[in-house]
Design a protein around this ligand. Structure first.
Ligand code: HEM
Length: 654
C-alpha cells in the first residue's frame, strides 16, 4: 500500500517505472542497511507533490509551448504520461540521430539554434508559423530544414520550388500528413484530406462534376444571387439602431451558410430533429457543421511531433474532437435521412445531395456523409475570410473605394444591381480579389505533405519520410517577386493577364497548385467578387476610428481577421428610373440602396401609394432603416419613375 512503503528485493530497473496497475510509481532503488530497497509511492501522492512545480513550469514556457503542454496534459499533471513521454522521446531521438549518421546527403540548410529532442519548436513562439518561416526565409533562403520534435520538415517559400514539389515531384509528395484532430474529424474520407489515389480521384470527380465544376456553378447562379440579396438586405436591417455601423462579417456569414446548404440540399433547413441531440435551429446546425469542426481541427497533439509515441494515450484531446465529430456525423446523417424521405415523394432535383443519393448508391455510409459535409464547410469559410479582408482594405482606402464604385457604375449604370455577367468587365474588382488573396491568403500554410521516396528539390536531397511544408504566405509575399509585399496594392495585379493563381503561374498560390489544387476556385471567383461589388455598389464604407488597430489576423484553419469587420455603411444616393421593362422589384430595391426608394417601391408594388401619408409609413420612413416593408420579390410590368434624394426621409421621393 502507498503508506506502508514495502521493502522489495532489487529486481527493478534503474529508471522510474510504473506498476502494471498504474497505481504505484517505483522510484529508483536506494541503498539502505546494505540492501537495495525500492520505494513505492502512490501515483496520486507524486502528482500532488509535483503539481505546483508543474504549474510553475508551464507558466514559464513560451506561449505556444505552454498551450501545447496544457492541451496535451491538461491543467493537472499526468506524471505517468510525462515520464513515459520523455523516455520514449529520448529513444526516438537516438534512433533518428543514428538514421542520419549514414550516407552523406546534400540536405537543405537547417535553422540554427535547434535543441535535442524538441528541435526548433521553442523558436516558433509566434502562433502563426507561416510568419516565422517567412522571416527565416529572408535569412536562410527559400528552402530550409526545420525540426519539430522528431519530424523533419523542409519548408518551401518560393514559387519555383513550390512547382517542383506540386508538379515535378508530385508522385513522391502527394500524400497528406494528418494531425490527430484532422484524422478524427475527416477519417481521410473527404477530398481535401484523403490520400491521393483511386478513392480520392473518384470523390474529386464526383464533387467537381456535380457541384463545383463550371456547368453546375452556372446552374447554381440563382442560389448565389439569393444569397447576395440576403446579404444586402441584412446590411440594411443592421443599420437600424446602430448609427450606421454594421458587422460586415455577420452579414456575409448569414448569407453564405444558407447558400451552402441550398446548393447541397436544394433548401436551407430552418430546423432539424436529430436523434440523440434533439431539435436544432439553423444556427445550431451551422455551429455543429462548420464552427465546431473549424475550432477543433487545429488542436495540437504533441504526439504528432513524436510519432513513436503515438501509443501514449491523450484521451482529453481525443474525446473533445470525437464529440465534435460524432455530433457532426449525426446532423449530416439526419439531413441525409430527410433527403431520402423527400426523394420518396418527389423527383430528384439537380441539388448535390439528390445527385449523390441517386447516382452514387454504392458509396459507403461514411463516404456519403463526408461527401455531403465537405462542400458545406468549404463554402462557408474561405470565401467569407477573403471578402471580409477585401472590404476592410476598401473601407480603409476611400480613393480605391471610389475607383471601384465608378468602375461598377460605369458598367451597370445606376439602373440595376451588378451581376456575375459584369465580372469580365470589372478589371479593378478582379485585381482587388487577387491582391487580397495574395496579401491575406486564407490558407497560409498548406497541410503537410509526406515524402514517400527520396527526391531532389532546388538541388537539395529531400529524404523519404520527411514532411514538405509549402508556405503559401511566404510565396505570396516573396520580396524577390513583389515590391513592398506588405502593402495591399491591387494595382500590382491590374492588367496582369498571366496571374492565374496557381493554374500555370505560381506567384500567387492561395489555391495551391498541381493535381491537388483547390476544387472550389470557380465558386470562390463567383462569390468573393460579387460580395465586394454588391456591397460597394450599395454602401459607402468607412472604418470607425479604432478599426485600424483591430486589423491583426489570427489563424484557425484559415487566417481570419482577429476582430469582425465593423464599418459605417452609408447607403449611396442615386436616381433610379424604372422603365417599361420586366423588372425584378427586389433587385431594383437593392440596386437603389436608398431606403426612401425601397419603401416607396415596396408600397407601389402593393398598389398602396396612399399609405405613404399615414403615420406608420412616416415612422418607418423617418428611421429610414426599417426593412419590414422591404421584402416583396416579384416582377413589375408598369412604367414608373421614381426619384430619391434623401436617405432618411420620403421628401426626396415625393
Ligand atoms: C478563397 C477561397 C478558397 C481558397 C483560398 C481555397 C484554398 C484551398 C487550398 C490552399 C487547398 C489545398 C491545395 C493543395 O493542397 O495544393 C484547397 C483544396 C480544396 N478546396 Fe479550396 N479554397 C477556397 C474555396 C473553396 C471552396 C468554395 C470549395 C468548395 C465548396 C473548395 C474546395 C476544395 C477542395 C475539395 C479541395 C481539395 C482538393 C484536393 O485535395 O484535390 N475550396 N483549397
Amino acid at each position: 500500500t502507498p503508506s506502508a512503503r514495502p521493502r522489495i528485493k532489487l529486481t527493478v530497473p534503474k529508471v522510474p517505472r510504473f506498476s502494471t496497475s498504474r497505481r504505484l510509481v517505483l522510484l529508483p532503488p536506494r541503498r539502505l542497511n546494505e540492501k537495495f530497497v525500492c520505494r513505492a509511492m502512490s501515483v496520486d501522492t507524486v502528482i500532488d507533490a509535483m503539481q505546483p512545480l508543474y504549474a510553475k513550469a508551464v507558466t514559464s514556457l513560451p506561449g505556444p509551448l505552454a498551450d501545447l503542454v496544457r492541451n496535451t496534459l491538461g491543467e493537472q499533471l499526468n506524471v505517468l504520461g510525462v515520464l513515459l513521454a520523455f523516455v520514449v522521446i529520448f529513444v526516438s531521438f537516438m534512433l533518428s540521430a543514428r538514421a542520419f549518421g549514414g550516407e552523406k546527403k546534400n540536405l537543405p540548410p537547417s535553422i540554427p539554434g535547434g535543441l535535442p529532442i524538441l528541435g526548433n519548436m521553442l523558436q516558433m513562439t509566434d502562433k502563426r508559423p507561416h510568419k516565422t518561416f517567412f522571416k527565416w526565409a529572408q535569412e536562410h533562403g527559400p528552402i530550409f530544414h526545420v525540426k519539430t520534435g522528431s519530424i523533419n520538415n523542409v519548408v518551401i517559400n518560393s514559387a519555383d520550388l513550390a512547382k517542383e514539389v506540386m508538379v515535378t515531384n508530385f508522385d513522391s509528395i502527394s500524400t497528406r500528413r494528418m494531425t490527430t484532430a484532422m484524422w478524427i474529424l475527416t477519417e481521410k474520407k473527404m477530398v481535401a484530406m484523403s490520400d491521393y489515389g483511386d478513392e480520392h480521384r473518384m470523390l474529386k470527380k464526383m464533387v467537381v462534376g456535380n457541384l463545383l465544376g463550371i456547368t453546375t456553378q452556372r446552374a447554381n447562379r440563382g442560389i448565389r444571387e439569393d444569397a447576395l440579396n440576403t446579404m444586402i438586405d441584412d446590411i440594411f436591417k443592421d443599420l437600424k439602431g446602430t448609427e450606421g455601423m454594421v458587422d460586415i462579417r455577420e452579414c456575409i456569414k448569414y448569407a453564405l451558410f444558407p447558400f451552402s446548404m441550398r446548393q447541397v440540399f436544394g433548401y436551407a433547413p430552418e430546423k432539424l430533429f436529430v436523434e440523440g441531440i434533439g431539435e436544432l435551429g439553423k444556427w445550431d446546425i451551422f455551429n455543429i457543421l462548420v464552427i465546431d469542426p473549424l475550432k477543433h481541427v487545429i488542436e495540437v497533439d504533441w504526439r504528432n511531433f513524436f510519432p513513436a509515441l503515438s501509443w501514449v494515450p491523450n484521451s482529453a484531446l481525443e474525446t473533445r474532437v470525437k464529440n465534435t465529430h460524432d455530433r457532426k456525423l449525426k446532423v449530416v446523417g439526419a439531413l441525409i435521412e430527410e433527403q431520402r424521405k423527400q426523394l420518396q415523394t418527389r423527383e430528384p432535383t439537380k441539388c448535390y445531395a439528390d445527385i449523390v443519393l441517386t447516382e452514387f448508391p454504392n458509396l459507403s455510409p461514411i463516404l456519403l456523409k463526408h461527401s455531403i459535409w465537405e462542400p458545406i464547410i468549404e463554402s462557408a469559410d474561405t470565401t467569407l475570410v477573403t471578402s471580409e479582408w477585401a472590404l476592410y482594405e476598401i473601407a480603409k482606402d476611400p480613393k480605391m473605394q471610389e475607383r471601384l464604385y465608378s468602375e461598377i457604375i460605369s458598367v451597370t449604370g445606376n439602373k440595376r444591381m451588378v451581376t456575375e455577367d459584369d465580372l469580365p468587365n470589372l478589371p479593378l474588382l478582379e485585381a482587388i480579389v487577387k491582391e487580397t488573396l495574395r496579401h491575406y491568403a486564407p490558407v497560409t500554410l498548406l497541410p503537410p505533405r509526406y515524402v514517400s521516396a527520396d527526391v531532389k528539390i532546388g538541388g537539395y536531397d529531400i529524404p523519404k519520410d520527411w514532411d514538405v511544408l509549402i508556405n503559401i504566405y511566404g510565396i505570396n509575399w516573396d520580396p524577390k517577386v513583389w515590391k513592398n509585399p506588405e502593402v495591399w496594392n491591387p494595382d500590382r495585379c491590374l492588367g496582369d493577364k498571366s496571374l492565374d493563381l496557381g493554374i500555370k503561374d505560381f506567384r500567387i498560390l492561395s489555391f495551391g497548385g498541381g493535381k491537388r489544387m483547390c476544387a472550389g476556385m470557380t465558386q470562390a471567383f463567383a462569390i468573393i467578387p460579387m460580395n465586394i461589388a454588391a456591397i460597394v455598389q450599395h454602401f459607402e464604407l468607412t472604418l470607425p476610428p479604432n478599426e485600424n488597430v483591430n486589423a491583426q489576423d489570427t489563424v484557425y484553419l484559415t487566417s481570419h481577421k482577429l476582430h469582425p469587420l465593423r464599418a459605417f455603411a452609408r447607403p449611396r444616393l442615386q436616381v433610379f428610373v424604372v422603365t417599361n421593362e420586366m423588372y425584378d422589384i427586389g433587385a431594383c430595391f437593392r440596386g437603389a440602396g436608398d431606403m426612401a426608394f425601397c419603401i416607396s417601391a415596396a408600397l407601389l408594388w402593393r398598389g398602396a401609394i396612399d399609405f405613404l401619408s399615414q403615420p406608420a409609413a412616416r415612422k418607418v420612413s423617418r428611421t429610414g432603416l426599417d426593412h419590414s416593408v422591404y421584402c416583396p420579390l416579384g416582377v413589375l410590368n408598369t412604367p414608373i419613375a421614381i426619384y430619391s434624394s434623401n436617405v432618411a426621409g420620403l421628401n426626396g421621393f415625393r
